[in-house]
Design a protein around this ligand. Structure first.
Ligand SMILES: [Zn+2]
Length: 409
């Protein structure tokens, strides 16, 4: 069995080097906001390692970094492989970084492969407010006009902060892909699972076949705000009590959805109570929901079930109810033949490779409409992510790297 010369030690050294460039005390998490000195230093490390291998390096107008081996011209079709190095505030060492260091290790060990490393800018969206900004702008789904007003917490806009890293807003063309599409055979992104499925089963990796669709809702329950001392229990129209019933009902619905189609999730993420005072019966409760599923059928039937539950609580408690779906993203299947290619690579290497769906969005989801795209998940310890406790086993990361090496060989 080939091991494609992948070195666990080098992968871990890369992860530690990148973590070492983070802003704060590692005990408080790893911070690398996009275009910050810590992010720039981590990016500089990737550039230096790539150049040391003889790679040529370039940036695109959205601030994404690209590296190709010396023997591979920028016009030849290549496999795109990479992820991101920006973090959420107090993030972990592995989110995004795993995909980048795998691509770097492949550049080191598979010099003959048609491979292009990519580091996408501003994946998390916690610096400039739009997630996957670099990949969206590169793919042409975000215009310069949409990017212009975006500022980091210091008040510096994306173009200003990114100028030193290749950002040129006037070269971003909405509707057209940043580089000619025929330069790419496809995109393979290795990423930590950010869920516990693989870890619990002691499996190293999975082929991500779908990115979950997502519906997000805002809504309200309205009753009557009244004196908490003088209004009898029988006479109350308590919006918060109705909301409490809704939250628990939605939790049960979420469990039913997950039983029907594993990976489906339903969350009441926000609840605002009015007037929110100790001696006033709440007259209004505003809520926000996030509903995700790997299948569009369940998103549609689930939508009806959510609306029915809210209406029935309103009727029973004599509360006025409203609900509005403000985001409706369908489930996105990855390229079936690329998924097959990864499965065959896993089989060749004797690495068990189940299918998974991704509950979170990644740069891959942005590029999937344009390029044959698939992802490999690596097991996340206890499913913890966006947290300094984030951990993936070196052996599992190396297994993912070997699968990609076999898939692109
Ligand atoms: Zn990520």
């Amino acid at each position: 069995m080939r091991n494609y010369e992948i070195s666990e030690k080098r992968l871990i050294d890369d992860i530690e080097a990148i973590a070492g460039w983070s802003e704060s005390d590692p005990a408080a998490g790893y911070n690398r906001p996009t275009f910050s000195p810590s992010w720039a230093a981590a990016r500089e490390y990737i550039i230096a390692e790539s150049r040391r291998l003889g790679c040529s390096v370039k940036t695109d107008p959205a601030g994404n970094l690209h590296a190709r081996p010396a023997g591979l011209s920028w016009d030849e079709p290549a496999w795109l492989c990479g992820s991101h190095i920006d973090t959420v505030p107090s993030g972990g060492k592995f989110d995004g970084v795993v995909g980048v260091v795998v691509a770097l290790e492949l550049l080191r060990t598979q010099p003959e492969a048609a491979l292009e490393l990519v580091v996408f800018a501003e994946e998390e969206g916690t610096t400039f407010g739009i997630a996957m900004l670099g990949s969206r702008a590169w793919a042409g789904t975000l215009s310069a006009e949409q990017i212009k007003p975006l500022k980091n917490p210091a008040g510096i806009d994306f173009a200003g902060a990114g100028e030193a890293f290749g950002v040129e807003l006037d070269k971003i063309n909405p509707g057209s892909f940043g580089f000619p599409l025929d330069r790419y055979k496809g995109l393979i992104e290795v990423h930590v699972e950010q869920g516990s499925g693989l870890w619990e089963k002691s499996l190293p990796a999975a082929v991500v076949t779908t990115v979950n669709g997502r519906r997000q809702y805002s809504g309200s329950l309205e009753g009557v705000a009244n004196h908490a001392g003088s209004t009898a229990m029988a006479d109350r129209l308590d919006a918060l009590a109705g909301a409490a019933e809704l939250v628990l009902g939605l939790e049960s619905l979420g469990k039913e959805f997950d039983a029907l189609r594993p990976g489906s999730v339903l969350t009441t993420g926000a609840l605002t109570v009015f007037p929110n005072a100790v001696n006033v019966i709440p007259g209004k409760a505003d809520f926000m929901l996030d509903f995700r599923s790997p299948t569009n059928e369940l998103l549609a039937t689930g939508d009806l079930a959510i609306r029915r539950l809210l209406a029935s609580i309103g009727e029973k408690r004599d509360l006025e109810t409203h609900i509005h779906c403000f985001e409706n993203l369908p489930a996105l299947p990855f390229d079936p033949s690329l998924c097959d290619r990864l499965r065959r690579a896993g089989a060749e290497l004797g690495i068990p490779l189940p299918d998974a769906s991704s509950g979170a969005l990644h740069d891959s989801a942005i590029l999937a409409p344009y390029l044959p795209t698939a992802m490999l998940f690596v097991a996340s310890k206890d499913g913890v992510s966006h947290n300094p406790a984030e951990f993936s086993r070196p052996g599992d990361i190396a297994a993912a790297a070997r699968i990609v090496a076999a898939a692109i060989a």
